[in-house]
Design a protein around this ligand. Sequence first.
Ligand SMILES: [Zn+2]
Length: 210
Amino acid sequence: MSVLPKSVEKVIEEFGKLPGVGPKSAARMAYHYIRSSNKDASKLASALSDMEENVRYCKKCFNVTDKEVCDICSSPLRKKNKICVVEEPLDVVAFENSGVYDGLYFVLGGVISPADGIGEEELRFKELEKRVNELLEEVKGNKCIEIIIATNPSLEGEATASYIIDLFAKLAKEKKVNITRLAMGLPTGADLEYADRLTLKRALEGRRGI
Ligand SMILES: [Zn+2]
């Protein structure tokens, strides 16, 4: 027989699914909501369902947005001849907070990681090819598109970078795209998401051609 009411157990179970949250923290969070007096639980529940209902992926860059096309992709101020390929939406947030980048993004949705069962098929490489071709159309062939590979400096990030280089080898040979990689001012194993503004600025400014 369980000591806890079913409803509390259910909440603990859900909090326990959050990244980095173990059963004890999950229980602490649940008790926090039991104790709180200003309808915090209802506010959390409605914020979550509002997010679930309204947030989707931008159909061009796959960043999270509440529109069909995100503000970055639809901004006339962003340079259309630069596309920065990142792993996750939070990497876009890191670059945007650093204020050092004025081009477009593309969110792959992860990295190739055979150990976690993530192969090429699980990531958005086809969509990336489509997006680069769209941009080549937009710049009307008189400009080269720079593909900035900004995957994390991990083994998986490097494997993913190599895959992207191969994917665009033909376009690179035809001088339609110029592939660059962030400078490794970033320590190996670092997570772009947590890099500070200056580190990101240096990594971006020091990017080199491949
Ligand atoms: Zn977008």
